[in-house]
Write a protein that binds this ligand. Sequence first.
Ligand SMILES: CC(C)(COP(=O)(O)OP(=O)(O)OC[C@H]1O[C@@H](n2cnc3c(N)ncnc32)[C@H](O)[C@@H]1OP(=O)(O)O)[C@@H](O)C(=O)NCCC(=O)NCCS
Length: 185
Amino acid sequence: MSAMVQKLVAFQRGEIVRHLQCLSAGDRRLRFGTYMTDGAIENYVRGISFARDKVFGIHEYDLTLSGLAHLALDSERDAAELGLSVLPGHRGRGYGYALLTRARLHARTLGYKKLYMHCLAENQVMIHLARKAGMTVVTAQGEADAHAQLTDATYGDLAHEFIGDQIALVDFLLKQQARWMPRSL
Ligand SMILES: CC(C)(COP(=O)(O)OP(=O)(O)OC[C@H]1O[C@@H](n2cnc3c(N)ncnc32)[C@H](O)[C@@H]1OP(=O)(O)O)[C@@H](O)C(=O)NCCC(=O)NCCS
């Protein structure tokens, strides 16, 4: 079964901070292009505008936020920029790709025409994911820029997104309830 990707909301900022602070120094550099202290991560998350941007997450059975995508939306440039992270113990299961395709679908249904991802040229996993998603990757001076021209959304895309959101919400609620069930049942 593919990973359940849920839209996150502003009151989940604490979870987002905890997720990003679980990344190693090396992963923080891959994610942000520079080393980020715990304090810098807190500032970054505090600065996310949930009214403008969209944030997506994948939760484990114990509700750990194992995967995160921040889709930064720039309506003036008609462009969406995506940043991804998956906790080390959960990599290689398709979470990164699921977050990328979910965020891309959302950018399309909002009518955005361009999707960008920026990473270090050494980030072969991210470059692989971008190419797998049909993005063009240009590498120069130690950095890699991936971009894709987004096609117009269809009614099928809208239905896909709507139904996906409902299923992800039910999945999250079931995981939440499971935490309260007596373990001996
Ligand atoms: C990039 C990242 C989000 C990927 O998450 P993930 O959940 O492991 O991604 P997926 O499981 O969907 O896909 C990983 C793919 O990389 C491939 N891969 C693994 N190691 C690789 C390597 N050294 N070179 C090329 N591809 C590699 C896997 O085979 C898999 O591809 P496949 O599904 O086609 O077989 C995760 O590694 C991460 O958080 N890295 C640190 C932060 C970062 O780099 N963020 C990106 C910058 S925005």
